[in-house]
Design a protein around this ligand. Sequence first.
Ligand SMILES: Nc1nc2c(ncn2[C@@H]2O[C@H](COP(=O)(O)OP(=O)(O)OP(=O)(O)O)[C@@H](O)[C@H]2O)c(=O)[nH]1
Length: 352
Amino acid sequence: MAESKKPIRKIKIGIIGAGGGGTNAIANNAHKFVPFDVSFLAINTDIQALEKQKKGSKKDNSKFFERKLIGRRLTRGLGAGSNPDIGWKAAAEDREWIEKWLSDKKLVFIATGMGGGSGTGAGPYIARLAKNMGILTIGVSTLPFLFEGKERMDNALTGLKTMEKYADLSIVINNNDLFKKHSSDTVEHTFVKADKYLGDGIITVLNLLLEDALINLDLADIRKVVKDSGGGFINIAFAKGIDESGLDSNKEKFEKAISSLFDLTFIPSDVKTATKALLSISGSPNILKMEYVRFIVNKILATVSHDLDIIFGVTNNPALEDNVKISLILTGMDKIVLTDDVKDIEEKYFAN
Ligand SMILES: Nc1nc2c(ncn2[C@@H]2O[C@H](COP(=O)(O)OP(=O)(O)OP(=O)(O)O)[C@@H](O)[C@H]2O)c(=O)[nH]1
């Protein structure tokens, strides 16, 4: 394809928030996307929820949201009533409009809070359309909090599997991991944290794709890593208090950060089955030594697999001061596995 030789920085990127949660997550993070040339689209069957999102001005790309009510005939703007089938059909009703919006994009992210009707149905539907149009398609989805109940979790897991089927890469974030860390927070604050995590997930992918060290990659290279890669894993960790004195005195801090990269109760798959990885290491040029980078890469290879096909970039970022930021995306994993803490979910939701 002609466009595949374009540097990744020049390609048109679309970010779609599907349903109430997906749209909030994108809207609350819009300011972070300023350095990138992206178009935003908020999609929902619920006209009131859609109108709550500020439209912004077209001049200020970071705040401009195109808002699209889908399935007007089907739902009359009243929402999908937690029924993903309605979300799916609503998106199908507006297929032509969505295809037109997608037509100039080469890379698309679809952010969805899985568990309701609109996003859970429309998100994977749009992923299917986009992928069929040859667009590199990445789904970033959250799983609901357990306290939201069984119906939501059932919907969400079905939605997630559908997203995995249609998107080139499907990244999942489990809200329950956030709740574990911030259990004394109010529900509202926890959703704000979920928004942040989802937004950061997309930013991390973009940074990994666009950061200086990877700038010469073209879309074809990126395709190699994310295309048809099924389940994906993404996480960010910081090694704190790093100095330039050498590996021996900083090793423990790096080890702690790397182990926290894998410290999630719900990982979409066994990390050892991952076949490809994008890794980004950022830090202040005064402290980020080559031996630190080598140590981090080797430690990750030892944790995952020495056969891992790894693309990594190192970026100078003085603003990080004495922190080293490690962002990792693993892809190529093929099935969902649950770790001990959430075995009860497995029994409840994967029983048959
Ligand atoms: N990050 C984030 N997640 C949210 C928010 N609101 C809801 N969610 C999550 O997203 C899931 C789906 O909820 P919504 O996005 O509101 O549902 P919907 O897709 O709009 O579907 P309907 O309401 O049935 O039309 C919920 O179960 C929550 O886990 C939010 O403001 N931020």
